[in-house]
Ligand binder design. Sequence first.
Ligand code: PMV
Length: 347
Amino acid sequence: STIENGNFEWSAPSNIALVKYWGKKDNQIPANPSVSFTLNNCKTITKLGFEKRENQNSFSFDLLFEGKPKEDFKPKIQKFLERIEIYLPFLKEYHFTIDTQNTFPHSSGIASSASGMAALAMNFMSLEKKLNPEMTEDYFYQKASFLARLGSGSACRSVKGNVVVWGNQANIEGSSDFFGVEFPYAIHENFKNYQDTILLVDKGEKQVSSTVGHDLMHNHPYAERRFAQAHENLDQLITIFENGNLEDFIKVVESEALTLHAMMMTSMPYFILMKPNTLQIINAIWKFRNETQIPVCFTLDAGANVHVLYPENVSAKVLQFIKDELVVFCQNGQYICDQIGEGSIAL
Ligand code: PMV
């Protein structure tokens, strides 16, 4: 090819799953479909410098995290490059400088693999587009999500905005196991600017990685029922997104979060990622909701942190509740205010 050097820069957001992806087949194919809210403030910003090179037998890249060389992330990137090379055959023709930073605090326990892998995939697609300018916008985003999936499954849901479905679901047009798509149907205005306040309960490294967790769904006694349930819950969410019923929304979302953790507790080996303060927060949210009828609920990732979800029109009251009653359960009192956002952006 004729492009000698240059650089691109993309920001990609994190996302929070409502129906959880937990369990996969070969090649990062999900065992069940999932759906997420794309976030707005928790982002990875990655600059990709590229320069044509002589030796083309291996991948060549430098990695900077917040401006400093970061050797321990290199094997993950190396593995990602190996996986995507057949889809981007020019990768060995360039030396890359990958310069990346997150908008959320370093080692906050917020998974940066979704936003990080999405930001990298967007940059590689920009290079592919430079080499093949005729591609359509749809193809660009779809392939970016396809590539991001090969870096980290949930990353394929960070390319597009608002509400994203990943995984084949018969009654969702265009849904695919290979990439995430924007939820294609009506979404009630109750979900406009939906809020996600992330309570940082435990900022430590997880004892069990999500890779290991996904693997433990093989031969899991409840796997088949769980995968079927994810389809049922996604089905319910289609109706809920249309009619805006927040009571039903809360039931599906909290049940999904607890089911995710129930799968961890019932795998062999079993494990627990919640902390005592995770349960304190869940109980306080239930009590507050009972007393006030304010439609606030929680969800969890594969960790101890709690995502507090609520509509924009109750923000003031919920934030006051968070400050008065939940911040005491956060490590160093830390939490992050976020909301639904638009997806990856070229900078
Ligand atoms: O993308 P992974 O392999 O890190 O898996 C993420 C799994 C959960 O965050 C627990 C659920 C989800 O759907 O995001």
